[in-house]
Design a protein around this ligand. Structure first.
Ligand code: GLY
Length: 362
């Protein structure tokens, strides 16, 4: 099947996202178009376990493959410094490129290294997880965490192209695949009613992510490219992509980034945001129930937390989505209709967290 190509329309910085089985093999063709001299590849130990030989056929053998340990705890400034020093030792120049071949953590860190190295070199994304394919690899967000919070240091640095090869999903652990579905459902709820209808249909027969992956990725990337084109630097509308992330990030932090994956935390965060939208009278109760028919089956394998609501509120206050000390929520008025900037009292948020605790117990 022909790959799908979606262009992120950013004027002179517009770039293609190529989606389909085997599209990693198009790397030499797309790389040649950048006019760069060499590509320096970075990946992680999970990816090389299954894909080393395939990567070697695409890489320049005069460069060294940089393989990082996996995990959110690698996402720190010292890793970026280490990457930049390795680039120096390999003689990387301004006219070279750096390739992030991995999940969201690799993409975020390598993107930051690309933005900083010699004040910015070309950056290429080859996402290997569903989550990175549907969201993180598109839109140019790069960054690392600080002990005080997630993604607190970063810049926007758009890639030159993205190759989303669905064959990588064949070796992705089930838990990671499931986590990626959180971002797919998020995209459907914030702006893709057609994708939501598709999810309702496939949820009746049990999700077959493999069968549906190209379509799911295509719909998500299409929506994301439109949002990014409207608001590249998240001054306004792009914040809808944070649906489920306000409480989600706090739950992730509460578990020390060990208990919940990012996607699992977003699942719980979306449950809370839907509940809050209903409670505030924004979302019709029947629509909220209909949405939950898609989310509910996805919650079964996710760890349940025994958090104190006040602790989560405190963690939310440290998040960079907080404005003037108030956590900013994305809420729903309907499927495909997300709203931001809704005034919320602390008591509303605390009540939603208490209800989430009960949902987790049930
Ligand atoms: N992942 C959210 C964004 O790119 O804005």
């Amino acid at each position: 099947m022909e790959p799908a190509i979606i262009t992120v329309p950013l004027g002179s910085r517009a770039y293609p996202v190529v989606i389909g089985a085997g599209v990693r093999r198009l790397f030499p063709e797309y790389f040649a178009r950048t006019g760069c001299r060499l590509a320096f590849w970075v990946t992680d130990v999970h990816v090389v376990e299954h894909w080393k030989e395939q990567i070697e056929t695409l890489r320049d053998p005069t460069t060294e493959l940089m393989v990082l340990p996996p995990g959110e705890d690698q996402k720190r400034l010292s890793t970026v410094e280490d990457l930049c020093r390795r680039l120096v030792s390999m003689g990387a120049e301004r006219g070279d490129a750096i390739v992030a071949c991995g999940g969201g953590v690799i993409g975020d860190m390598v993107g930051l290294a690309a933005a900083l190295y010699q004040r910015g070199i070309v950056f290429i994304q080859i996402p290997t997880t569903l989550l990175a394919m549907v969201d993180a690899s598109v839109g140019g967000k790069t960054g690392v965490d600080l002990p005080e919070g997630k993604n607190l240091v970063g810049v926007f640095h758009q890639p030159a192209f993205v190759l989303a090869d669905t064959e990588f999903l064949n070796t992705l652990p089930q838990r990671e695949l499931h986590s990626g579905m959180a971002e797919v459902i998020k995209m459907a709820l914030i702006g893709e009613p057609e994708l939501f209808a598709h999810l309702v249909k496939i949820s009746e027969h049990g999700y077959d992510i493999f069968e549906n992956s190209s379509y799911l990725i295509e719909r998500c990337v299409n929506l994301k490219s439109l949002i990014v084109a409207q608001d590249e630097r998240e001054k306004g509308r792009r914040a809808v992509l944070n649906f489920g992330h306000t409480i989600g990030h706090a739950l992730e932090a509460w578990g020390g980034y060990q208990t919940l994956t990012h996607g699992e935390a977003v699942f719980w965060g979306m449950v809370a945001a839907i509940d809050l939208s209903r409670d505030l009278g924004l979302l019709d109760s029947a629509v909220a129930d209909h949405i939950m028919t898609v989310i509910q089956p996805q919650l079964k394998p996710i760890p349940k937390l025994k958090f104190q609501s006040e602790q989560i509120l405190e963690l939310m206050a440290r998040d960079k989505k907080t404005r003037s000390g108030r956590p900013e929520f994305v809420l729903l008025r309907g499927v495909g209709n997300a709203v931001i900037g809704q005034p919320l009292a602390e008591s509303d948020i605390l009540a939603a967290l208490q209800r989430l605790r009960l949902i987790m117990r049930s």
